[in-house]
Design a protein around this ligand. Structure first.
Ligand code: C2G
Length: 180
């Protein structure tokens, strides 16, 4: 089997035998990007099991955030990431203590933009802040899409459709003449 032949063995997760402990992290993970992937990978390189809590759309409203991708799709994407062993919903600020006890968490981990914000959890488990991946963020991606593509005909048509309401879905709209 040479390097070009794709391995038929499923891409194994990090061998749990050499890693122990359960890590827990929280986030919105909107427009899932490499910063999120690298955070999950670095956590999974340190601990044997990763639980990720994904903020619901209702909780994001409490946080003053409105995500582009709805909760159901964000948590499906997070679940599909091979570094993630379990994904749960984040419904409020207060659930962290309950989740730490419920999942037997040994380390609560966040990116360092949250440094110091969760130190009150230290009596329950380790609290670890890992450096963020620089140069990428969901907010930055949104701004890039708007500035680069905001005026693209298909985007303007999509906006017009969204304003027109749910009568047409994208596919139909793009096929008035039967062409996609
Ligand atoms: N992150 C990162 N590098 C980036 C962007 C984000 O490492 N370039 C990390 C953040 O530090 C955070 C996680 O990815 O740990 C998720 O970031 P967000 O989706 O922005 O999460 P947020 O909305 O801040 O929610 O209860 C805590 C909140 O739910 C955190």
């Amino acid at each position: 089997m040479n390097a070009a032949t794709p391995s038929l063995r499923p891409r194994s997760r990090v061998a749990p035998a050499i890693l122990s402990g359960t890590a827990l992290t929280y986030g919105t993970y909107d427009l899932f990007h490499v910063g999120h992937v690298r955070l999950f990978r670095r956590i999974r390189e340190r601990y044997g099991f990763l639980v990720v809590a994904v903020s619901t759309d209702e909780f994001n409203a409490v946080k003053g955030k409105r995500s582009t991708v709805p909760f159901e799709e964000r948590i499906e994407i997070v679940r599909a990431c091979r570094y993630v062993d379990l994904a749960i919903a984040e419904n409020d600020w207060a659930q962290k203590e309950h989740d730490i006890r419920a999942y037997g968490v040994t380390a609560f981990v966040m990116g360092d933009d949250w440094r110091g914000k969760f130190d009150q959890l230290r009596p329950l488990c380790d609290v670890v802040y890992l450096p963020r991946t620089l140069g990428v963020s969901s907010t930055g991606l949104k701004a890039a899409v708007v500035s680069r593509h905001g005026n693209a005909p298909e985007v303007r048509q999509f906006d017009a459709m969204a304003l027109a309401g749910p009568s047409l879905d994208v596919g139909e709209a793009r096929r008035p003449g039967g062409h996609s």
